[in-house]
Design a protein. Structure first.
Length: 205
C-alpha cells in the first residue's frame, strides 16, 4: 500500500511539474530532463509513469477535461430543465477561465504539432466531438421535454460548442478585453432566445 501511495505521489509530482514547465516554456521547448528536475524524480521514474513527453501532455489534457466533464454532468443532473441547465453551465465559465489561464498557449503549441500526427490528432479532437454529442443529446432532451423548439440537435450542438470555444479563446488571449463571464452568460441567453419555445422564454426576452 505504501509503495502504491508513493507511486501515486510521484505521478502527481510529474503532472504538476509538467503543467508548470509547459505553461512557462511551451510544449516544444520543454524537455523530459527539465520536468524531472522540477518534479524531483529520475528519468526512470518519469518513464515508469509516462512513455513520453507527449503522453504526459495528453494526460494533463485529459485531467483538465475530466474536471470539466464532472461539472457539466452535475449541472445537467441538477437543472429543472435544459435551458436552465445551459444557463448554469454558462455560469461556470469563470472557473474555466481560471483553469485555462496561462495554459491555453501551451495547448495551442501542442495542437500545432499534433496536427501533423494523425494518431495524436485523433486524441485531441475526440473531446471536442464528445462535447458535441453531449450537447446534442441535451438539446434533444429539451425538445422532448417541450422547452426547446424542434431544431436539429447536431447543428444546435455544433453552434453551442463553437460559441464556447470562441469565447474561451477570446477570454484567454484578451483577459482584460471584457468581463468574459458576463459576456458568456449573455451570449447563452442570446443563443437560447433562438431555440427556446416562445411561451417559455425568460421575462423581458
Amino acid at each position: 500500500m505504501a509503495q502504491q501511495q508513493r507511486a501515486e505521489e510521484t505521478r502527481t509530482h510529474i503532472l504538476q511539474a509538467g503543467v508548470e514547465c509547459f505553461a512557462q516554456n511551451g510544449y516544444d521547448a520543454t524537455g523530459v530532463a527539465e520536468i524531472c528536475q522540477r518534479a524531483g524524480v529520475t528519468k526512470g521514474g518519469f518513464y515508469h509513469h509516462f512513455p513520453s513527453k507527449q503522453a504526459l501532455f495528453l494526460a494533463l489534457f485529459e485531467q483538465w477535461l475530466t474536471i470539466l466533464d464532472e461539472q457539466l454532468a452535475a449541472f445537467h443532473a441538477e437543472a429543472e430543465n435544459v435551458p436552465d441547465g445551459l444557463r448554469e453551465m454558462a455560469g461556470m465559465i469563470g472557473q474555466v477561465f481560471e483553469v485555462a489561464s496561462g495554459q491555453l498557449p501551451m495547448f495551442l503549441d501542442f495542437w500545432s504539432k499534433a496536427a501533423h500526427d494523425p494518431d495524436v490528432w485523433k486524441e485531441i479532437i475526440a473531446p471536442y466531438r464528445r462535447y458535441q454529442t453531449f450537447f446534442a443529446q441535451m438539446i434533444q432532451e429539451g425538445i422532448d421535454e417541450g422547452t426547446l423548439r424542434p431544431v436539429d440537435p447536431k447543428t444546435a450542438a455544433q453552434t453551442l460548442v463553437s460559441l464556447a470555444v470562441g469565447l474561451l479563446l477570446q477570454g484567454t488571449l484578451d483577459p482584460d478585453g471584457a468581463d468574459w463571464a458576463q459576456v458568456t452568460k449573455e451570449s447563452i441567453d442570446i443563443y437560447l432566445e433562438g431555440i427556446t419555445k416562445q411561451d417559455l422564454k425568460k421575462p423581458g426576452s
